[in-house]
Write a protein that binds this ligand. Structure first.
Ligand SMILES: *Cc1c(COP(=O)(O)O)cnc(C)c1O
Length: 219
C-alpha cells in the first residue's frame, strides 16, 4: 500500500477541527490507493481528467463524492454529469451553459465553483473579477447549476507572502460575492504545498494529493 496513512490521519483530524473539507486528489493514482483511503474514512476525491474519473467512478463505491478539479472542456461535460458531486474549475459562460444543459438532461442540479484567476502566472485558468460579475449576473439563465462558491490556485513559488496575498484577495472576492449570493459557502483553495496558508486566509475546502498519495509520476 503506497498511501501515507499516518499523514492522512493527522491532516484529516486537523481539518475536521477547523471545519475545512478535504478533497483527496487521486489523479494518476490507482483505484487500490483510493480504496485504501476510503477504508480510512475518506469520501471526497478529486480528479482532473474526465476519462480517468469515469473509469474510476464505475469501479469504486457509490458513496464516494467525486470532485472534478481540472480544466473541463464543454464537450466532455456529458460524461461526468450523471454523477459528479462538485465541479471546481468553471471559468466560462459557455461551460456553465453546457453544464446546465447536461444537468437538466439527467434531472439534476449540479453544484459548481467558479474558478478565479489569482496567480500572476500566465498558465493558470480562471476568470477575472469582471468576468465573475458578469457570470453571477446571468445565473438565472442556468437553473440546473448551483454556484456554491469560488476556487483558485496561487502562484507556484517559494515566496510565501505572495501566495498569502493571492489567497487573501480571493477570500475578499468570495466574501463580497457571498453577500448577494447566499448559496456561496465554499471557498476551495490550498494544495499540498500551501494548504496551511490557504486555511489561515479563509479557505474551507482544500485539495490535497501528493501529501496523501505520494508524488505523482507522469510517464
Ligand atoms: C493536482 C491538483 C491538486 C493537488 O496537488 P498536490 O500538490 O498534489 O496536493 C490540487 N488542485 C488541483 C486543481 C490540481 O490539479
Amino acid at each position: 500500500m503506497s498511501i501515507h496513512s499516518d499523514v492522512y490521519r493527522t491532516i484529516s483530524q486537523e481539518l475536521k477541527g477547523k471545519n475545512v473539507a478535504l478533497v483527496a486528489v487521486s489523479k494518476t493514482k490507482p483505484v487500490e490507493d483510493i480504496e485504501a483511503l476510503y477504508q480510512l474514512g475518506q469520501r471526497d476525491f478529486g480528479e482532473n481528467y474526465v476519462q480517468e474519473l469515469v473509469d474510476k467512478q464505475s469501479s469504486l463505491p457509490a458513496d464516494i463524492r467525486w470532485h472534478f478539479i481540472g480544466h473541463l472542456q464543454s464537450n466532455k461535460v456529458k460524461y461526468i454529469a450523471p454523477f459528479v458531486h462538485l465541479i471546481h474549475g468553471v471559468d466560462s459562460l459557455k461551460l456553465l451553459k453546457e453544464i446546465d444543459r447536461q444537468a437538466a438532461k439527467f434531472n439534476r442540479t449540479i453544484d459548481c465553483l467558479l474558478q478565479l484567476h489569482i496567480a500572476t502566472e500566465e498558465t493558470k485558468f480562471g476568470m477575472d473579477e469582471q468576468e465573475l460579475t458578469e457570470a453571477l449576473g446571468q445565473l438565472s439563465n442556468f437553473p440546473c447549476v448551483r454556484i456554491r462558491g469560488l476556487m483558485g490556485m496561487a502562484s507556484f513559488t517559494d515566496d510565501q507572502e505572495k501566495v498569502r496575498s493571492e489567497f487573501r484577495s480571493l477570500y475578499n472576492i468570495f466574501k463580497q460575492s457571498a453577500i448577494s449570493h447566499p448559496p456561496f459557502t465554499i471557498l476551495s483553495m490550498g494544495m499540498s504545498g500551501d494548504y496551511t496558508i490557504a486555511i489561515e486566509e479563509g479557505s474551507n475546502m482544500v485539495r490535497i494529493g501528493s501529501l496523501l498519495f505520494g508524488a505523482r509520476v507522469y510517464s
